[in-house]
Ligand binder design. Structure first.
Ligand code: FES
Ligand SMILES: [Fe+2]
Length: 375
């Protein structure tokens, strides 16, 4: 843990939010149209840096997990030199999917069909009987790579041919989260949710607490809905913090559930940031919660939620991750339910865009950012 800095978040500076009178929710087509969904998959999910996982999922050479971005299945693997690499999960022989299990460990990647075998860095090592084929050269048949990058320990993939460098994309956030030791943290639990709502409704829901008094009574008791202060108010990264006024953390008991993840002076703020296009990062004093979104159709989104803790917290007697997991599993389900109700109502012929309140400046900013990619 860092021991010299004690500010809660050195780069936090409250911003005067731009509340645009007249800002309204998006038109129906953005939530129901297969054409717009396809356009998003092309212009956003196939062109931007998209969260795929965290480096702690693959700590040893040979560890891998599968990820899916814009309907492309990817193998994310730590190779024999400990470099994290990404490949399309497509055999160079006749295209067969190479791995089916979502996570695993392997010394090589072997196709289940005719046993072409690839090294962890993607080189084709063996292809039975192909030496008999005139002109065949294994060097021409490495796995197709995908661009990967690491930000704060999180693994991002980009399907573009020549993506914006990851460091440049994340430059506005450089050093902002160093207090949370995110590269070192480990997940204690992942819960997958299958939500019958458009992925944008999840972002819009996350970006305001106007709904909290009615939807989240337990959360509102610990963290008043009107305590939000935002510092990122325009662009692909949006959010700020809310205060904890009762208890010490957002848990069922209201008590801290683990060793602090960093060195803080103020233990009574929770930072919430949305990171375009599929990441929600919620930073608590004693844990970091991550939501990873995978849009499946206009009306369906898979959400993978992880609870990350300090690696030394796991062995201690005061480690009670379930106190945080239960709290947010309950709160997540409350959110997903209202998102599903929104989806149902928005699909109606009676729906028309409604006015955002002064407490919904961040959803309005998120919509503006989204429309820069798809309009
Ligand atoms: S399709 Fe993979 S070895 Fe034939
Ligand atoms: Fe909520």
């Amino acid at each position: 843990m860092p021991s010299t800095q004690t500010n809660v978040a050195p780069s936090f500076r409250k911003t005067t939010e731009t509340f645009t009178a007249g800002a309204k929710s998006l038109s129906q087509r953005y939530f129901v149209s297969p054409e717009i969904f396809a356009d998003e998959q092309k212009k956003i999910f196939s062109a931007q840096w998209v969260l795929a996982g965290h480096q702690s999922q693959i700590t040893r050479s040979g560890d891998y997990f599968l990820s899916e971005i814009a309907a492309e299945n990817l193998i994310v693997v730590r190779d024999q030199r400990s470099t994290i690499r990404g490949f399309y999960n497509v055999c160079r022989h006749r295209g067969t999917r190479l791995r089916e299990d979502q996570t695993g460990h392997a010394s090589v990647i072997q196709c289940p069909y005719h046993a072409w075998t690839y090294a962890l860095d993607g080189r084709l090592l063996g292809a039975p009987h192909m030496d008999d084929v005139p002109g065949f050269d294994k060097a021409d048949y490495s796995l197709h790579p995908v661009h990967l990058g690491l930000w704060e320990g999180f693994i991002f993939a980009n399907l573009a041919d020549s993506p914006t460098p990851l460091d440049k994309w994340f430059a506005p956030l450089a050093g902002k989260f160093s207090h949370w030791n995110l590269p070192k943290l480990r997940s204690a639990k992942r819960i997958d949710y299958d939500v019958q709502a458009n992925w944008k409704l999840i972002f819009e829901n996350y970006s305001e607490c106007y709904h909290c008094p009615g939807v989240h009574p337990a959360l509102s008791k610990l963290s008043p809905y009107d305590s939000a202060e935002n510092d990122l108010t325009e662009g692909p990264f949006l959010g700020g913090f809310m205060r904890i006024t009762k208890g010490n953390s957002l848990t069922m008991s209201g008590k801290s559930c683990a060793l602090p993840v960093g060195d803080f002076r103020d233990f009574h703020r929770i930072f919430y940031y949305s990171i375009f296009p599929n990441m929600l990062l919620s930073l608590h004093p004693d844990y970091a919660m991550l939501h990873q979104l995978r849009p499946m159709s206009p009306e369906r989104t898979l959400i993978f939620c992880d609870w990350f803790f300090h690696p030394e917290a796991f062995e201690r007697k005061d480690f009670k991750p379930e106190d945080a997991i239960e709290f947010w599993d309950m709160t997540n389900k409350q959110d997903w339910h209202v998102c599903e109700l929104s989806q149902q109502g928005i699909a109606s012929r009676a729906y028309e865009p409604g006015p955002y309140s002064t407490r919904e400046s961040i959803p309005a900013a998120w919509d503006r950012e989204y429309l820069r990619y798809v309009s």
